[in-house]
Design a binder for this molecule. Structure first.
Ligand code: ADP
Ligand code: MG
Length: 708
């Protein structure tokens, strides 16, 4: 490929050959210092500048007469300064009144210099831009952008909508606008490399890349804001497509790389499995059998399995993990099971012991909150291989943990883990040249197209069947004013020998206060229900105490269990048939679904009461209605995704994954199947283009590939 012009060439005025290789310092006004700052935005080359896309646009093409201003709308206003005064209230501020003959407007500054104050002198003409609000005396703009107009001047308004770019400290909108102005000017001379095969562009009818970039940075004069934000505009689609493609390719490369690693070939004899199956009081569901077969096929391969199991709450994922663990144990290797919370790891530990001990398999448990002696023992068993199955929390990541020969790592409830953590855990389990197989289980199922994007580095299995006999959980939405009725309902249910959960809200910011709130609620409920045994469980209790409470609840010694969200994932008490969730409007839908999944596991008809604090916002009303109307985890996840966005739902926001310049995987999901096809085509037939597309959109550090 052609390289960028070197320093002498720059000085002699020769143009570099590609924009992808041309440093931003080539552009007018960008010195080394600015270039350093631009790096923080991922802008190193002119191409990077062109792919630094506007977040939104502002309409500064018209001047609005002050008399026609509307609150909450941004506007350009021109007027003469009538008065400008420093006010000393609770905060010192500068108030400046301007008028244009149709009305007057206040400009309010909380931060200002004396030069600024002097400048805004009576009689000066200014033009300003900002969002108009209702002020105490008149409409006002807080901290407007403004400039002075000399008497003789007639300042023209902006010709196009004004782009607003993602910025960073020390790099202002004006810098970014002039940066992109200059980059676009250079684009007129040197085209961007078209990386999509022409067959693709033709088939999809995309505009030229060049035109799409020009359009998105400097929208045409006559276009309105609403037209500009239209998702289906071809220019936007063109860029969205390429960005989705870049992510897809990057994830697939990650997967290809993983397939080059070695993993132990595990040819399950199934002796242990048959013995376990013989003791189960039920048959595996068809879906469980299908997924277990898929796993066994993966284990036969000499490269690490990377499989995600999606299945609704209660579909029996734990047993599938146990079956996988058995194959590995039978081959003389360790199986590691990682859960997101202490309490869930504990429950898994108990379950695994219950199923595996009779088969003579030794299970160890490791968490962060164990006593030193217990912990030392667990660490030793893990290192010597005495522990054949190891259940734990994040504590499994720690340096002191040394596995003897891990053949399988199971990650439960993976939506809390990012791609990086998956890779880090794989590294942790590395044994000589061999990597362990990985199985990831999630109860937040997501639509297929989204899974293709979010999990493109994984094979996906779906358990689409619940064990027979599960009853639909009746869900009712009730204002907290009617708490008494709910308490009566609990009384009634428990008198009939059933059990109930009461989940306390997330009102308090701190865990400590939350736990306190749960304690208070438990006391209150006990007072209202003197005949019942009320128990309490929350995240700050010692593991032994939690264990005691959970087993008392399991044994039926506790009728009503008051809990913080620690019971969210995985807890299994079939006799519990009533779930009350306080302040349910504050929870995410997937979280409510998880909580609701704690009931309806036995033969009794179960209910879930969603208490809310009136008044409900429109949005909350809709969300709670979704909960009432469906129990399908896929549908619920879809709604959750639409409302909260994929970053929140998949827990990827923190990990920086799935962050896009222009694409939105919910809004643009219709494109994904095609993106998927094209990504295959590029990887096979145009690998160099594939590499360049990833570089263009994801930058130097391939986002997903830089761990391990
Ligand atoms: P999840 O998929 O939510 O993790 P679990 O693995 O906790 O679900 O299983 C929920 C309950 O269903 C457990 O009590 C488990 O023993 C039971 N279970 C699992 N598979 C079956 C089956 N095939 N038939 C009946 N019950 C089952
Ligand atoms: Mg589970």
């Amino acid at each position: 490929m052609d390289t960028v012009a070197d320093k002498t060439e720059k000085n002699s005025g020769t143009q570099p050959v590609t924009l992808a290789a041309c440093p931003v310092t080539h552009l007018k006004g960008i010195g080394n210092k600015t270039a350093e700052k631009l790096k923080r935005l991922g802008i190193v080359t002119v191409q990077d500048a062109l792919f630094h896309l506007p977040l939104r646009y502002e309409d500064r093409t018209r001047i609005t007469p002050i008399g026609r201003l509307q609150p909450y709308e941004p506007a350009v206003v021109e007027g003469i300064v009538e008065l400008s005064d420093i006010k000393f209230g609770r905060r010192r501020m500068l108030l400046c009144r301007i008028s244009d003959g149709t009305g007057f407007l206040t400009l309010r500054f909380f931060h200002f210099s004396s030069v600024q104050k002097e400048g805004l002198a009576r009689g000066r003409r200014i033009r300003c831009y900002g969002e108009v609000r209702n002020g105490p005396q008149s409409l006002e703009i807080v901290h407007p952008e403004y400039s002075f107009i000399e008497d003789t001047e007639t300042l023209s308004t902006e010709e196009t909508l004004t782009p607003v770019y993602p910025a960073t400290e020390g790099v202002h909108q004006l810098t970014l606008r002039s940066l992109t102005d200059n980059a676009l000017a250079l684009l007129q001379k040197i085209p961007l490399q078209e990386l999509l095969p022409s067959s693709v562009c033709q088939k999809i009818g995309f505009p030229e890349l060049h035109d799409a970039i020009q359009w998105i940075h400097r929208p045409p004069k006559d276009i309105s804001l609403s037209m500009l934000m239209d998702d289906n505009h071809p220019a936007r689609k063109r860029l969205v497509f390429e960005e989705l493609l870049a992510h897809q390719i990057s994830m697939k490369q990650l997967r290809q790389r993983a397939q080059k690693y070695h993993a132990p070939v595990i040819n399950a004899k199934c002796a242990l499995e048959s013995r376990l199956l013989a003791t189960l009081p039920f048959e595996l569901t068809g879906a469980q059998k299908k997924v277990i077969e898929e796993i066994k096929k993966d284990l036969l391969k000499p490269c690490p399995m990377q499989r995600l199991i999606q299945g609704d709450v209660g579909c029996g994922k734990t047993l599938v993990a146990i079956m996988a663990a058995l194959s590995v144990v039978e081959a003389g290797m360790q199986a590691v099971v990682m859960a997101p919370t202490e309490i869930l790891s504990e429950q898994h530990f108990n379950n695994f012991c219950q199923w595996l001990k009779p088969l003579g398999i030794h299970v160890a448990w490791l968490t962060g909150k164990q006593k030193a002696t217990e912990r030392r023992q667990a660490l030793e068993e893990i290192a010597t291989g005495k522990a054949q199955v190891i259940v734990g929390t994040h504590a499994l990541f720690q340096d002191e943990v040394e596995f003897k020969n891990p053949g399988l790592i199971v990650i439960d409830e993976q939506h809390r883990f990012g791609v990086h953590q998956r890779m880090a855990l794989r590294e942790k389990g590395k044994n000589g040249k061999q990597y362990p197989h990985q199985l990831i289980m999630t109860a937040t199922p997501i639509p297929r197209t989204l899974a293709m994007t979010a999990y493109a580095d994984l094979d996906v299995s779906i358990i689409d069947e619940l064990p027979p006999g599960r009853k639909e959980v009746e869900t009712i939405v009730v204002s907290s004013d009617r708490r008494d009725e709910i308490v009566a309902r609990i009384h009634h249910a428990c008198k009939e020998g059933r059990q109930a959960y009461w989940v306390c809200s997330l009102i308090e910011e701190s865990e400590a206060l939350q736990c306190q709130a749960a304690s208070d609620t438990a006391v209150l409920l006990q007072e209202c229900l003197p005949e019942l045994k009320v128990g309490l469980i929350h995240g700050r209790m010692k593991p032994v105490d939690k264990e005691q409470v959970m087993s008392a609840f399991k044994l039926g010694d506790i009728d009503l269990l008051v809990a913080t969200t620690v019971i969210e994932v995985g807890v299994d008490v079939p006799n519990a048939s009533l779930m009350v969730i306080e302040n349910s409007e504050r929870f995410g839908l997937s979280q409510l679904h998880q909580l609701r999944g704690r009931v309806g596991r036995g033969s009794e008809k179960s209910s879930c009461v969603l208490l809310y604090q009136a008044p409900l916002s429109e949005n909350s009303r809709t969300r709670l209605a979704v909960m009432r109307e469906t129990s399908d985890g896929f549908k619920i996840a879809q709604h959750d995704l639409e409302i909260r966005g994929p970053g929140e739902v998949l827990g990827t926001r923190q990990t920086g994954m799935m962050q896009f310049h222009i694409a939105d995987i919910i809004r643009d999901q219709a494109l994904i199947p095609q993106v998927n096809k094209v990504s295959e085509e590029l990887l096979v037939d145009y690998p160099e283009n594939a590499r360049l597309i990833v570089r263009r959109w994801l930058g130097e550090t391939e986002k997903y590939g830089n761990v391990g």
